[in-house]
Design a protein around this ligand. Structure first.
Ligand SMILES: NC(=O)c1ccc[n+]([C@@H]2O[C@H](COP(=O)([O-])OP(=O)(O)OC[C@H]3O[C@@H](n4cnc5c(N)ncnc54)[C@H](OP(=O)(O)O)[C@@H]3O)[C@@H](O)[C@H]2O)c1
Length: 216
């Protein structure tokens, strides 16, 4: 069974962990502090998931999902993540995070900044453009007409392929957009971020976004 570690047991982390359990994954979850801090919460909110320290959760996980506030990304230890496929579900959201200069002033996507800190991790941007409350409600089996699509961006194509399989098992059509930089098309403020699209419409929006960026 594929083991998934979810770092961050908040709104997104809990929904992702439950979705992963429904997808047949072995799920371990970790917060920022001691295991005891989240053990009861995990038992009630994510039955079936195992609460662990972040280091233990990551150690033999096949894939790691980052669901911590972006303002806290530097508190995630890059060491244990080296060589791991890591899903970056985080967004820069100034009203919640407060203004952060490195994200405000950058032409890079938030994931391109995060990947510099998590050097060695095989970072894949996805799951950032679906609300935590929709993740369990919008999932449908493969082949369902109008199945919702989610974008997947990574500089590491094999890692992206592995995550695309996860997205499919989560109940969504995965669409590979290209390198991490192309994740700009589904960051906050974009059409894709603000909407919900099936594959064909998603690919059209992706084309518009990348076309605009290339000609800017
Ligand atoms: N809300 C949405 O619908 C949505 C959708 C897609 C993506 N996102 C993005 O997903 C991320 C999480 O959002 P959220 O709404 O789930 O936030 P949240 O409810 O505040 O949960 C974040 C959790 O991360 C934990 N945490 C902080 N630092 C950590 C660390 N180093 N290791 C492990 N856990 C840590 C926090 O626990 P402590 O109390 O222990 O610090 C908190 O429980 C954000 O970047 C957000 O932009 C949100």
């Amino acid at each position: 069974m594929t083991a998934i570690a979810v770092l961050g047991v908040g709104r997104v982390g809990a929904a992702v962990a439950r979705t992963a359990l429904q997808g047949g994954y072995d799920v371990r979850v970790a917060g920022s502090g001691a295991v005891e801090d989240i053990a009861l919460l995990a038992e009630i909110v994510i039955p079936g998931a195992r609460a662990m320290s972040a280091e233990a959760a990551v150690e033999d996980a096949d894939m790691v999902i980052l669901a911590v506030p972006l303002s806290k990304y530097r508190t995630v230890d890059p060491g244990p993540l080296a060589g791991k496929v890591v899903v970056d579900a985080m967004n820069y959201w100034a009203p919640a995070d407060g203004p952060i200069a490195e994200f405000e002033d950058s032409r890079l996507t938030s994931s391109e900044i995060v990947t510099r800190h998590l050097h060695g991790a095989r970072l894949v941007k996805t799951l950032n453009h679906i609300g935590y409350h929709d993740l369990e409600d919008h999932r449908t089996p493969p082949g369902t007409p109008g199945r919702r699509a989610l974008g997947v961006a990574s500089d590491d194509e094999p890692a992206a392929r592995a995550v695309m399989d996860l997205i499919d098992r989560f109940g969504y059509d995965p669409v590979y957009s290209g390198p991490l930089s192309t994740g700009a098309a589904f960051q906050p403020g974009t059409e894709i971020f603000n909407g919900a699209f099936a594959r064909e419409a998603f690919e059209r929006e992706l084309g518009h976004a990348n076309g605009t960026r290339l000609s800017a």
